[in-house]
Design a protein around this ligand. Structure first.
Ligand SMILES: Nc1ncnc2c1ncn2[C@@H]1O[C@H](COP(=O)(O)OP(=O)(O)O)[C@@H](O)[C@H]1O
Ligand SMILES: [Mg+2]
Length: 385
């Protein structure tokens, strides 16, 4: 194994959202320093980092300025200028590499790469211009999901399409956000799963348990860990995630979102080469969290054990829970036994914006879920304390 970065070395994190914040906190615990690049000097990540570079993730000069101040780079968000990432990578190692980023930041490239490597994906068609729409609809049939190839996240930049008129309308509303769109068959899934896989520079691979993700308005709502699926399904899901991480040569983390169909088939939905919302529970329930695992991988330390100490659940807290001009009843939520609260330090609550999350480890996933949901419902009561 290559020599690991010494304690006190500085890690550059591109993006200052909650994923960057939680990574920076774990890095600090392991004795590393962090420098966060984000346009907002008070971003969740910037608040806890040792140093900040204030600038756009689209700006090659800003990414270069970050690279010059650190020994290694990683990112917490895919929508980085790929050219800027390549420039930075020429100065200092970046994990996962810019070639992984190029694939994962573009839904068409991602699906084509997966299909080429033999991993199952929904039937899809790339859409560059309106006159290609008719042909693609003819080949795929309905229902479909239309998505922007780039810059979509948390359900933004996508629409379910049930007929030709809806397809026209969706094209109208999405095409100016992205040069290319993608049409995918709508998968009538039984469950959504994800696996977060870590891979070291030496090729060591460690997968976290397979979890179930339930979405609301295409935004992750709750995660149940582990997913209640047959052992054969969970081992296939882990093998698939590890296989993709190996085939792409990922160093760091790769989250693989999958659909489990009613026939028991696993289909890959999307890849995220970074910490993932569905892995937040690992901070409370696993020997080593996804964030620590990322720090270990990029600093060339051995990967840690991913075993969970018990069943767990995570519930996201969106800005919708924040009353106008006030705060949710955090004390009320924390009165639920076993529930832990993470707030990301975002000043502005907006509908659909991820502000924090709740986790609980309990005797069963259903008990853990019941507790985080109880805690979340208490948040909605007006604070009286
Ligand atoms: N092809 C599809 N079939 C069925 N549901 C889908 C499909 N694509 C996306 N979805 C739903 O929308 C959610 C968000 O879509 P996703 O492609 O993962 O984008 P995002 O980057 O916003 O997470 C998915 O988790 C799933 O619930
Ligand atoms: Mg997704």
């Amino acid at each position: 194994m290559a020599t690991s970065l010494p304690a006190g070395a500085q890690i550059g994190i591109i993006g200052g959202g909650q994923l960057g914040r939680l990574t920076a906190l774990e890095a600090r615990r392991l004795g590393y320093r962090t420098c966060v690049l984000d346009p907002d000097p008070r971003s969740p990540g910037a608040q806890v980092a040792d140093e900040r570079v204030v600038g756009s993730l689209e700006d090659a000069d800003a990414v270069r300025a970050l690279a010059r101040r650190v020994q290694v780079l990683t990112y917490e968000f895919e929508n980085i200028h790929a050219g800027a990432a390549e420039v930075a990578e020429a100065l200092v190692p970046m994990h996962p590499s810019s070639s992984v980023l190029r694939i994962a930041q573009h839904r068409v490239r991602e699906k084509e790469a997966l299909a080429r490597l033999g991993f199952p994906v929904p039937r899809f068609a790339a859409l560059g211009a309106r006159d290609e729409l008719g042909g693609a609809l003819g080949r795929l049939g309905f229902p479909l999901v239309m998505k922007t190839a780039v810059a979509g996240y948390d359900g933004r930049g996508q629409a379910v399409v049930r007929g030709p008129e809806e397809a026209e309308r969706a094209f109208e509303s999405l095409h100016d956000r992205s040069d290319t769109l993608i049409l995918e068959e709508f998968v009538d899934f039984a469950m959504e799963l994800s696996v977060i896989c870590a891979r070291g520079v030496d090729g060591q691979v460690a997968c976290f348990p397979v979890v179930e993700n339930r979405h609301r308005n295409a935004i992750l709502d709750v995660t149940l860990a582990p997913a209640e699926v047959p052992a054969a399904v969970s081992s296939r899901a882990r093998q698939m995630a590890a296989g993709i991480a190996e085939a792409l040569g990922v160093v760091g983390l790769l989250a693989v979102e999958m659909f489990l169909t009613r026939q028991g088939q696993l289909i890959v939905n999307e890849l995220a080469p970074r910490p993932h919302n569905s892995g937040h529970y690992t901070l409370d329930a696993c020997c080593v969290s996804q964030f620590e695992q990322l720090v270990r991988a990029v600093c060339r330390l051995p990967l840690g054990a991913t075993d969970a100490c018990g069943p767990a659940a995570m519930a996201n807290l969106l800005g919708d829970l924040w009353p106008e001009g006030g705060q949710p009843d955090f004390a009320g939520a924390l009165a639920v036994p076993g529930v832990r609260l993470y707030l990301y330090g975002k000043a502005q609550a907006r509908p659909g914006r991820k502000m924090g999350h709740l986790t609980c480890v309990a005797d069963s996933t259903s008990a853990a879920l019941a507790r985080v949901l109880e805690a979340r419902s208490r948040l909605e009561r007006p604070a009286t304390r």
